[in-house]
Design a protein around this ligand. Structure first.
Ligand code: SF4
Length: 402
């Protein structure tokens, strides 16, 4: 029987979760059941386009096949543990997986009209938008691992350590839930989610096969049909996996750069000690010419007095000059005991202008969801702290007070 992943303990069910099978694997699954390959397209549409999770409702399948599917397969989605909604429309959910772990996903709506040819990473640069259509952009930021092993020092998820890889079904479930269950029908477009970014918890390229399968499903015409410009995988720089990603699936790439020199990046993104900037930039240069929009997005979190000086901007210009690059400047979202503070707006503006003067496309992202726990991993961290506190108190025969 087909498997979706490298082994991942995601729960006790022995049934295969069809939510995580891209078309090629679903065809193989039906072949093993003695069915024709076209069943894959039918079932993809039922699940991902119509949001149906009960095989009995799949009316264009024979009764015998529906019964067979109910015996060997399922369409299982996680439970919502916490939902937070920001004043600006940003929504954040903590999902409880079968294994008892929690992960986060974030929905970021954009009210502006946008240019569909704009970059595919989910963030609109209002100064560049040509307003050629009336669709709104709504980005879903998905998690790919429970926790993260890479321990970037400014990241709340990194502080929690690594727990396990998510399955393709668990990754796709985030889009399924946002599309069919969670986001109100408040947007002027049929499509509630227009962009997906793999920028939630975890390093996507360290969960390679599941991320490839999930990205395939997101871009599959019989499923969500997102264009390759609108599905962005973000990496902290797992260099050997970058070329492999491009061989397997045609998606946009974002690189979490955050520092323009090895000495600083070694501290902020410890993975840099293994794959220093020279190797990372060479991998980017290989990826960029065939990337969906022929460039790479570089994410740069703005940390006051750490990486935001004029000198840092000049070093970044030197690093990116001549490269097919776009820089996103991200105001740091503080979380307790991070040890960092957010750069001031004045400083971010000055940094941006310096890059722009050097001809580097630079987009200062607005802070979103400021009134909710917006730092990635922060909410799950709080949930797990509470759970651990509860366990400790129970061990001591005490009850939590709230
Ligand atoms: S920034 Fe990304 S890669 Fe770094 S620790 Fe956080 S989740 Fe992991």
């Amino acid at each position: 029987m087909i498997t979706t992943e490298e082994p991942v303990n995601t729960g006790s069910s022995s049934k295969i979760n069809l939510l995580g099978l891209p078309k090629r694997k679903l065809e193989q699954f039906f072949a093993e059941l003695g069915e024709k390959p076209f069943r894959a397209a039918q079932v993809l549409k039922w699940i991902h386009q119509r949001g149906v999770v009960d095989f009995a409702e799949m009316s264009d399948l024979s009764k015998a096949l529906r019964e067979k599917l109910a015996q060997v397969a399922e369409i299982r989605i996680p439970e919502v543990e916490i939902e937070q909604k920001s004043r600006d429309g940003t929504m954040k959910w903590v999902l409880r997986l079968d294994s008892g772990n929690s992960v986060e996903m974030v929905y970021i709506p954009e009210a502006e009209r946008i240019n569909l040819d704009d970059v595919g990473d989910g963030y609109v640069d209002p100064r560049r938008a040509k307003y050629t259509d009336g669709l709104s952009r709504a980005t879903l930021c998905v998690s790919s691992q429970v926790g993260c092993a890479l321990a970037c020092t400014f990241c709340s998820t990194g502080r929690q350590g690594f727990n396990r890889n998510m399955s393709a079904a668990e990754i796709v479930a985030q889009l399924f839930m946002a599309e069919h269950r969670l986001v109100e029908k408040s947007l002027p477009s049929d499509r509630k989610i227009s962009n997906v970014v793999f920028m939630g918890m975890g390093e996507p390229l360290l969960n390679f096969e599941a991320v490839v399968d999930a990205a395939e499903i997101m871009m599959e015409d019989n499923a969500y049909g997102l264009s390759k410009r609108r599905v962005t995988v973000s990496t902290s720089g797992v260099v050997p996996a970058m070329a492999r990603l491009q061989e397997r699936v045609d998606v946009s790439l974002a690189v979490s750069l955050h520092a323009p020199t090895d000495s600083l990046r070694d501290v902020l993104v410890p993975l840099n000690q293994k794959y220093p900037l020279k190797e990372l930039m060479a991998a980017c240069d290989t990826y960029a010419p065939n990337a969906p929009a022929a460039f790479i997005t570089y994410e740069y979190v703005m940390l006051a007095d750490v990486n935001d000086s004029d000198q840092h901007a000049d070093d970044l210009i030197r690093l990116l000059r001549g490269r097919a690059a776009k820089v996103n400047l991200i105001p740091f979202n503080p979380f307790p005991e991070s040890g960092y503070t957010r750069s001031s707006n004045v400083r971010i503006d000055r940094f941006m202008r310096r890059l722009e003067a050097a001809g580097i496309t630079t987009v200062p992202r607005r802070t979103r969801g400021d009134d909710i726990d917006a730092a990635c991993g922060q909410l799950v961290g709080e949930v797990e702290d509470r759970a651990r506190r509860g366990e400790r108190l129970e061990r001591m025969n005490l009850r939590p007070t709230a």
